[in-house]
Write a protein that binds this ligand. Structure first.
Ligand SMILES: *Cc1c(COP(=O)(O)O)cnc(C)c1O
Length: 474
């Protein structure tokens, strides 16, 4: 979560900052008389009536953006009312409390089993898995399992100065992998981008591996441009490495988005547990899993892939259910909502929903290309996501100007710079999710058509603070 600092203004100023109370709020104060304006940065001395507190918080939140016009996020912004009802029925359930809420625990177990089947675990009853707060926690857990497996294999020399574990990945990884490497003291070995290759190259990844490599991360659905990394080719390159050198390097697939797209739309694509080298897979239930934020999943092929010593059994709450998690307490509602969505949609339903998103992404990408000012990096035909940049002959404005001007109409389309080797490249990215309709895509194109004549008349690109302009830092 953002690391917030204390007040910037002097303490005095600070003490004076108060929320403005509307006279109507005071009139409903059951204690009688006007409600006193509460301070913003320290606890008020006295309670407020609930309706006054509600209005103050509600009104302040009006300035948040409109989630449905946010094309930056992968996270679900629309669910059916029935899912909302179930979630509010479960909002007091603590996921860790498996003894008190055994049926919630059972629904989690069924979701794991469904994912093991969906991702072709060779023996679904041997696969192990758990829910998490999202893919970031799932990736931490998967990375920890890789690191511990490597440490157990190298118990004779780790820890020691010359045995520093490393993890191989493309430079396009989501920030959670940089966090993992930083927090767990693992060297991040990153395969750079090269020319028009914006994700990992299997051969280059294999070449970075050595006896201290705990694993290689392949991403099914790069956050930078929505492209799938070639997981099968990566496994083949690592098979060849093993033939040559004896090094047996496992693969983790970060399927944060693609883990819930490819099984429905790209059935012939082999990326999952069908590849013997794939040890573990994660996905975000709250991205293309179609659940409101707070749920992810991590699965391991079998018990060998997840060292038993990482699994905790606590009986403080009664029962003795094995758990693997960073958090202890966690809401159960999202897991219930995931089970609801699995049950509600089934394979056919998921296929239809994801196909609709991909059709919209492809259609929108084509129309953006047809405007003439832009060059597509991806076309929305893998993840329903595409990235584009300005054509070479466009000099009057840049992607940051486009992002800033789109904001005027409420559209959030992030612009950002690519990582080293392609830092020259800045792009706009559009994430099409369930709830972003073909009609809304039309409106976005109309908005671009309206803005382009003005942008073309600019003397030069105008956005000075590129990061602040889009409010987006990748
Ligand atoms: C979104 C994403 C993550 C992080 O997932 P959260 O669910 O937001 O924690 C990790 N990897 C990839 C590829 C992602 O797209």
């Amino acid at each position: 979560m953002p690391l917030h600092q204390g007040p910037h203004a002097s303490q005095d100023d600070h003490d004076r900052r108060r929320l403005a109370v509307n006279p109507f709020h005071g009139a409903t104060n059951p204690l009688g008389g006007m409600t006193e304006a509460p301070p913003t940065h320290r606890l008020p001395d006295t309670p407020l009536p609930p309706q006054t507190a509600y209005r103050l918080v509600h009104d302040e939140l009006m300035l948040d953006g409109n989630a449905r016009l946010n094309l930056a996020t992968f996270v679900t912004t629309w669910m059916e009312p029935q899912a909302g009802v179930l979630m509010s029925e479960c909002r007091d359930k603590n996921m860790i409390d498996k003894d008190e809420y055994p049926r919630t625990a059972e629904l989690e177990r069924r979701c794991v089993a469904m994912l093991a089947d969906l991702w072709h675990a060779p023996d679904p009853s041997a696969a192990v898995g758990c829910s998490t707060t999202g893919s970031s926690e799932a990736c931490m857990l998967a990375g920890m399992a890789l690191k511990r497996r490597w440490a157990l294999r190298n118990a004779d020399r780790y820890p020691s100065k010359d045995a520093r574990p490393n993890l191989v990945m493309g430079v396009n990884v989501q920030v959670c992998w940089e966090k993992f490497c930083n927090f767990w003291e693992v060297e991040a070995r990153q395969v750079p981008m090269e020319g028009d290759r914006f994700h990992l190259d299997p051969q280059a990844a294999a070449e970075l591996c050595d006896e201290n490599t705990i694993g290689v991360v392949g991403i099914l659905g790069s956050t930078f441009d929505g492209s799938y990394e070639p997981i099968a080719d990566l496994c083949a390159a690592l098979d060849a490495l093993q033939d040559r050198t004896g090094l047996d390097v496992p693969v983790h697939v970060d399927g944060a988005s693609g883990g819930m797209v490819a099984p429905f739309l790209d059935e012939e694509l082999v990326w999952d547990f069908r590849l013997p080298r794939v040890a573990s897979i994660n996905t975000s239930g709250h991205k293309y899993g179609l659940v409101y934020p707070g749920v992810g999943w991590a699965l391991w092929r079998d018990a060998d892939a997840l060292p038993e010593e990482l699994v905790f059994r606590v009986n403080y709450l009664g029962g003795d259910m094995p758990t693997f998690a960073l958090n202890f307490s966690r809401p159960g509602a999202q897991v219930v909502a995931q089970y609801y969505t699995f049950l509600r949609l089934g394979r056919e339903g998921y296929r239809a929903v994801q196909q609709a998103s991909r059709d919209i992404a492809r259609g929108l990408a084509e129309r953006v290309a047809a405007l003439g000012d832009f060059r597509l990096l991806t076309r929305g035909d893998q993840l329903p996501v595409f990235a584009f940049t300005t054509a070479d002959d466009v000099t009057a404005y840049d992607v940051f100007d486009v992002s800033r001007r789109l904001r005027e109409g409420g559209w959030l389309v992030p612009a950002y710079t690519f990582p080293p080797h392609r830092q020259d490249l800045s792009v706009l990215r559009v994430v099409c999710r369930n709830g972003f309709s073909a009609d809304m895509a039309d409106l976005l194109v109309q908005e671009l058509e309206r803005l382009l004549p003005e942008l073309r008349r600019q003397p030069h690109p105008l956005t000075r603070d590129k990061g602040a302009a889009t409010g987006f830092h990748h």
